[in-house]
Write a protein of this length. Sequence first.
Length: 608
Amino acid sequence: MCGIIGIVGKEEVCGRLLDGLRRLEYRGYDSAGIATVHDGAIDRRRAPGKLDNLAKVLADDPLPGEIGIAHTRWATHGAPTEDNAHPHATKEVALVHNGIIENFKALRDELIGRGRNFSSQTDSEVVAHLISEQVEQGADPVEAVRTSLKRLHGAFALAILFRSDPDLLIGARLGSPLVVGYGEDGETYLGSDALALAPLTQKIAYLEEGDWVVVTREGTQIYDRDDQPVERPITISGATGAMISKGNHRHFMLKEIYEQPIVVAQTLRSYVRRLDGEVSLPVADFDLSAVRRVTIVACGTSYYAGMVAKYWFEQFARVPVDIDVASEFRYRAPIMDEGGLMIVISQSGETADTLAALRHARESGQTIAAVVNVPTSTMAREADLLLATHAGPEIGVASTKAFTCQLAVLAAFAANLARAKGRLDRDEERTLVRHLSEAPAALNGALAYDEAIEEMAGAIVNARDVLYLGRGPDYPLALEGALKLKEISYIHAEGYAAGEMKHGPIALIDENVPVIVLAPSGPLFEKTVSNMQEVQARGGKVVLISDYDGIAQAGEGCLATITMPKVHPLIAPLVYAIPVQLLAYHVAVAKGTDVDQPRNLAKSVTVE
């Protein structure tokens, strides 16, 4: 969601700012812009839509300057128009903003009452006017920012330029990430993540909550929320400077679907010792034996990974699990007993709702474990136990490989918890390790059915509504399959526990509503097939996803079948993620939608 890059340079910066924005496209956006200070004035170019539109504007009207800021916007306040695009500017100040200013209306009314004129519908423009008003009255820019930050309620990452000081760039963060990059040639950078700065520098300092930073050509000074000078450690980001490529694949999403056998294997290497038949934790001395209750909090696809994990934790470790959508967690006044473990799950490690839940749990005395794909993210830094996925950068907005890596981590963690609680003997541990180790090969086997799935996508493409059914751990997979179809094809889809069909959703069944049934053979197969037959008896068109035995037993009369490798129930959720991802992908391609950057969606949601 929204991307920021700023450069205090020694040569013209516009081209590098535009390149940085291209590296941030994966976050999702609907407008973009760049501002620089040049010849004693602030100048900017903005455009709604994709970055190509901004590039055309810049080609027709170049933007000089050796200091600048740039932004990709995901609309919150106001439509995605040029007027609402960032940077927002007055004569004295230009800024870009990620997040939401919750008290913007009161501030806006106050500023209008003093004669300020606004040109956008955004909350962000309020900050520009608040700072500009003080500068116009003679305040030093640094002091104007310092006092203005105290008046802002909400979440923000800011990068601010000043007409009167063409060597000055100020950044600030509260609830939305911002990093400082240090160049080898004395240049300094701001970015919303390390990936945006990767071609410019690998030397990164992460601002902490409430930090703000003053950047000049003479040096950089970071201040904490109490305005005291502080030093933040400089780390090597490890982000690649090369633009991430789709390789031979048509879309990033398809490339990332096909990367899953490799990245799941990479992830599992950190959590299981295959030759020893042992599960392990990345922090060897972390004691799980005292954990009495687990609370899982996440959003979207990560929430569905957590739903699967609930089955595993309770089945293997016999530890009770609560699970919440992060945006709802704090508002039900959760009871959090001593000895509890909260697991937060987030691809980016910056999801605002999940981060707020983490901090609420911390205040309630919970131990925190974070399942994240970015080991330098805010959640990773604030957790007691980092459970890193090793999916690599995920560019497609609809999560695929991050989801299966989350499942791999959670399955291994469930086994670790079971061992710590005395619920897993050595033979059982070896068996679980063997099954987990089989997952990458099983994922490869699932990918072998890509062409068959592409062929049957035509049976879905013209549907207005699609239902997904599953039982046990396959119920969250049904929810995830429906989400994927909604996200990238814009077809309305819903996932249900298969046994719930007869309690309402069966009223929707007719010959125009395809029903996707996830039913690996096993202890729940016959019950799921009974629910599937209830659909068929009412004229419903069923697509059955099962293994060879399941297809042989129940495939007759289906609209289509998709055959998966026969696997142990522990790894079935990882394997069955593949067909629902591929089905959504091929339906979206057939419909001609923007697969990698679907409308209205953002990759990293850093506002509540």
